[in-house]
Design a protein around this ligand. Structure first.
Ligand SMILES: Nc1ncnc2c1ncn2[C@@H]1O[C@H](COP(=O)(O)OP(=O)(O)OP(=O)(O)O)[C@@H](O)[C@H]1O
Ligand SMILES: [Mg+2]
Length: 252
């Protein structure tokens, strides 16, 4: 019997992952600025909402009003998802206020433990099955002792995985470098890494997506061309390598 999957809603990516992200996995979505991290996660949440799975987007870097405005531009995102609570946009600052934490201060060990508890209680309370943290980098940068980053990400993943919640953490990386996270520990703790980048091709700059790892499933490791439009993300094979193309069902 196959494992349970959480479809991303991007058909080609689901084929690359042989059906979707294994349920409960923690996935690091790494990429430079403007590479499409937020768009991919919004599509992931919209797909869940369409199937009645509740999603939560924890915004760390962008005010939720801006995010909501940007989300409205995408045709995959329905207004009703926000209105009936299938997609919740939460500002980390609001959470911190609830925790009576000073906005500018660094996170102590106790703060990070409290943060994991908040995530857990929100996920339980609303029955969240898809969680996005955009970005985990911005949270990690505020952790007082970098030695604690590993514990924090590990605890967060473990806690939510037990609640059968599939999580995408976005990771901000420098442009065009094969680096998945600024602290270099997030990728070891994450069950999966999806890497967004760009490359020159025929004098044009094309976006690319590559699944670098995904625990619990076979997957293509090929690099795909990625396009963003108002319909969302679409992928096409970059190299028509025999075998891989066939394995993803001739995507594109
Ligand atoms: N409606 C749209 N149609 C086509 N392309 C769009 C649309 N909306 C956004 N984009 C493209 O997507 C890019 C932004 O993607 P997104 O915000 O998902 O990137 P990001 O990786 O989250 O960036 P950051 O690191 O700055 O948060 C824009 O720069 C633009 O090129
Ligand atoms: Mg973004």
């Amino acid at each position: 019997m196959g494992i349970e999957r959480c479809e991303t809603g991007i058909p080609e990516l689901d084929q690359i992952l042989r059906g979707g992200i294994p349920k409960g996995n923690v996935v690091l979505l790494a990429g430079g600025s403007g590479m499409g991290k937020t768009t991919l996660t919004l599509e992931f949440l919209a797909h869940g909402a369409e199937r009645g799975q509740r999603g939560l987007f924890m915004s760390v870097t962008e005010p939720v009003q801006t995010l909501r405005r940007n989300a409205d531009e995408y045709l995959f995102m329905q207004r009703e998802y926000f209105e009936d609570g299938r997609v919740r946009l939460v500002d980390l600052r609001a959470v911190m206020q609830r925790m009576e934490m000073a906005e500018a201060s660094a996170f102590t060990f106790e703060d990070t433990a409290a943060l994991v508890e908040v995530f857990e209680s929100v996920v339980r309370e609303y029955g969240i099955k898809r969680l996005v943290v955009d970005s985990i980098t911005a949270i990690c940068q505020r952790i007082e002792d970098p030695g604690r980053i590993r514990d924090f990400v590990f605890q967060l993943g473990l806690t939510l995985s037990e609640l059968e919640c599939t999580m995408i953490l976005t990771s901000e990386t420098p442009p065009r470098k094969l680096v998945y996270s600024p602290f270099g520990v997030e990728e070891f703790i994450a069950d999966g890494i999806i890497f967004l980048s760009e490359m020159e091709r025929h004098n044009d700059l094309v976006r690319t997506l590559q699944v670098m790892k995904m625990r619990g499933t076979d997957h293509s490791r090929a690099k795909f061309m990625m396009d963003i439009s108002e319909f969302g993300i679409s992928l096409a094979p970059l190299l028509k390598k025999f075998g891989d193309t066939a394995a993803v069902g001739g995507v594109g």
